[in-house]
Write a new protein. Structure first.
Lengths: 400, 254
């Protein structure tokens, strides 16, 4: 026992050192213990060590206690803590993610998370689907989607589709909408097809850095074989990976989220938006579009361009947006979260949409239709709310 | 405690299987291979025993595409020794030939305990465990979900249908067919697997003679054919319920 007590400060020091390795990680020393982070965290009230307390434990050189607790897996990597920190400490990117990494390396991972990580490793997608079938949805897209290959390696816009849109039946509908919109705009676009693998960003934020690098290498190689002007992603997590994480691994390309691309082409798009979508629409800011990357106006601008749409705001909006519960591994920890919290942030969010009088809850991340459509079924009085990706609403408004 | 875990590498059913030109074997060209799920549990159980009681765990596999990665992953999880038996014939192998080759190698390792998956989805001629036990002259118990070792005996929890569980004391050395490890197989970080690729060594050696005698050789493989036997029942809940009851009565199950 004595040796453990002696080694505890050393372990804390070693952990701290790795935190300083993350961009701005040394700011952790400036923590004022104001507690804003733990208060802003949607699950902070359930964590044994929410961010501010985690820092206290490190200052007391008691990191061992933190690494014995499992409540850091409640962290949704939603950046709510980082957003409110007056000292601008990278709480999500450094503190919470490093803690998960440490637990994962020690093999202390909730069993529920195994499948998504193993599937990503083995098949290149979290859903455990055949990698050969990644582009099969294209045949049913209803609009032409070109798949790049040796024969035709060039395109202007490379659409990075992502796991869920490639494989999940509900999100393939989003894929069909994007295909329709890009075709209506006359954009030269194409997809990587079976050479595309998961962007890995949510796996990274669930503590699996090595897996993230493995997936990034594969995407990097696939991107290196084709020629394009820019990447457009359907998924804010992929956007975040390409914009903020891949460049450090030598994979650097101009990238936009679909909502940014459409906002840029709004004047070309506007004449095509002739069908009315008469509804009150609340836009849910995805964490990795909003707080993590400060994209707030573009999705609202394109929604406002749809005739008939009346934009309404929910109680938590823009910088204070409430996570759908899918980030940071949350997408694959639903049972774990329910066991700990007996609540779902997606249900809180749908309550807010209902209170705002929204007919449609508009989203821009593939995690969200699944989570919010489930929530709509169980939140009293919210049964009539329709959940639609921004791309789906645009597609609906297009001239036939 | 010297534990040996022979593992089988089997076709991954995530890809659709195709039959080759001979009509009697799977088409290997698109085949993706994976560790037999039950063998993964056998490996986990072996690591759990090692963590509780000390000892050494050896994993043995026949050469196949991707087997090195499977062995390095095993090393990252805590397996001490990796043996790869090199052969060109692995794909067409039956379990009789596999068990004979494994028995020859395992006999020299003088194990206290052999843990192997209770079955694999491509077993056509019995599972590997009992064949191996017979060849090595050891007792065998299958459908095991939990093992404790004390002295020269192993206390094995055997699962029976209907939720019954028996605890059996087995004299060592013995072969146990693992249905499930006490805990789900652990996740090992990719960085640890990559580390194992640098540090762990695979003991690659020629596979002993493969003798398939006593096993089965498939004459022809068939794809399951979709049949149109479903009948849609029409009407309201009452009418549909009445029809279901009638159908079940006619089928003699009600």
């Amino acid at each position: 026992m004595t040796s453990e007590i002696v080694s505890a400060p050393a372990r804390t020091q070693a952990f701290l050192k790795t935190l300083y390795g993350v961009t701005d990680g040394e700011r952790i020393q400036r923590c004022l213990q104001c507690g804003m982070c733990s208060g802003a965290c949607p699950y902070g009230y359930l964590m044994e060590f929410p961010p501010s307390r985690l820092i206290t434990s490190m200052r007391a050189e008691e990191i061992e206690r933190v690494l014995e607790a499992d409540t850091v897996w409640l962290c949704l990597s939603c950046y709510a803590c980082t957003q409110v920190c007056p000292q601008k400490i990278p709480l999500t990117a450094a503190l919470m993610t490093r803690t998960k990494e440490e637990l994962l390396l020690a093999g202390k991972v909730p069993t529920e998370l195994h499948a998504a990580l193993e599937n990503s490793q083995r098949y290149g997608n979290v859903l455990g689907q055949s990698p050969r079938k990644r582009a099969d949805w294209v045949k049913e897209a209803g609009a032409p989607v070109r798949v790049l290959g040796k024969e035709n390696p060039r395109t202007e816009v490379l659409w990075y589709v992502g796991d869920y849109v490639s494989y999940h039946p509900r999100l393939q509908a989003v894929g069909r909408a994007v295909a329709k919109v890009l075709n209506a705009l006359g954009v030269d676009f194409a997809v990587l097809g079976a050479d595309e693998v998961s962007d890995g960003d949510s796996q990274r934020l669930a503590g699996e850095r090595g897996l993230f690098e493995l997936l990034a290498e594969k995407n990097g190689k696939a991107l290196g074989r084709v020629q394009f002007q820019r990447i457009v992603t359907t998924d804010p997590h992929a956007y975040n990976a390409f914009k903020n994480e891949y460049p450090a691994l030598g994979i650097a390309y101009p990238v936009q989220h679909l909502t940014q691309f459409l906002a840029e082409h709004l004047e070309q798009l506007r004449p095509h938006l002739t069908r009315e979508v008469k509804a009150k629409v609340a836009f849910h800011d995805p964490c990795f579009l909003g707080r993590a990357n400060a994209v707030y106006e573009e999705p609202r601008a394109i929604l406002a361009a749809i005739p008939g749409v009346e934009l309404v705001e929910m109680a938590h909006s823009r910088e204070t947006s409430l996570c759908c519960g899918g980030g940071g591994g949350g997408m694959w920890l639903d049972g774990f979260h329910w066991e700990k919290a007996h609540a779902r942030t997606s249900e809180w969010r749908v309550q807010e949409a209902s209170a705002a009088g929204a007919d449609i809850l508009a989203v821009a991340c593939p995690y969200e239709p699944l989570r919010f459509e489930d929530a709509v079924k169980v939140v009293p009085g919210a049964g009539n709310i329709v959940v639609r990706d921004v791309a789906e609403l645009i597609a609906e408004s297009l001239t036939a | 405690m010297n534990i040996v875990v022979p593992i089988k590498i089997v076709p991954d059913l995530v890809e659709e299987l195709a039959i080759d030109a001979s009509g009697a074997a799977l088409d290997n060209s698109w085949l993706r291979l994976i560790i037999n799920e039950f063998d993964d549990h056998a490996m986990e159980q072996a690591i759990l025993l090692k963590e509780q009681a000390g000892g050494q765990v050896t994993v043995i596999a026949l050469s196949a595409e991707g087997v090195d990665d499977i062995l390095f992953t095993a090393a990252a999880k805590g397996i001490d020794r990796l043996i790869k038996l090199e052969t060109e014939e692995a794909a067409a192998l039956n379990n009789h030939a596999l068990a004979r080759a494994l028995a020859e190698v395992i006999a020299d390792l003088k194990p206290d305990l052999i843990l192997t998956g209770v079955q694999a989805h491509n077993d056509l001629d019995g599972s590997v465990g009992p064949l191996l036990a017979e060849l090595l002259g050891m007792p065998y118990v299958g459908y095991i979900a939990g093992v404790k070792v004390s002295g020269d005996g192993a206390l094995a929890r055997k699962e029976y249908p209907g939720g019954l569980v028996a605890e059996l004391l087995v004299q060592l050395p013995a072969v146990l067919g693992i249905q499930a490890a006490e805990k789900p197989p652990r996740y090992v970080a990719v960085s640890k697997v990559r580390q194992a690729m640098q540090t762990a060594k695979i003991d690659a050696r020629p596979c002993p003679t493969l003798d398939p005698a006593g096993g089965l050789a498939p004459l022809r493989l068939y794809q399951p054919e979709p049949a149109e036997r479903a009948t849609m029942l029409e009407g309201d809940v009452e009418a549909v319920s009445a029809k279901i009851v009638e159908l079940l009565k006619n089928a003699g199950v009600m």
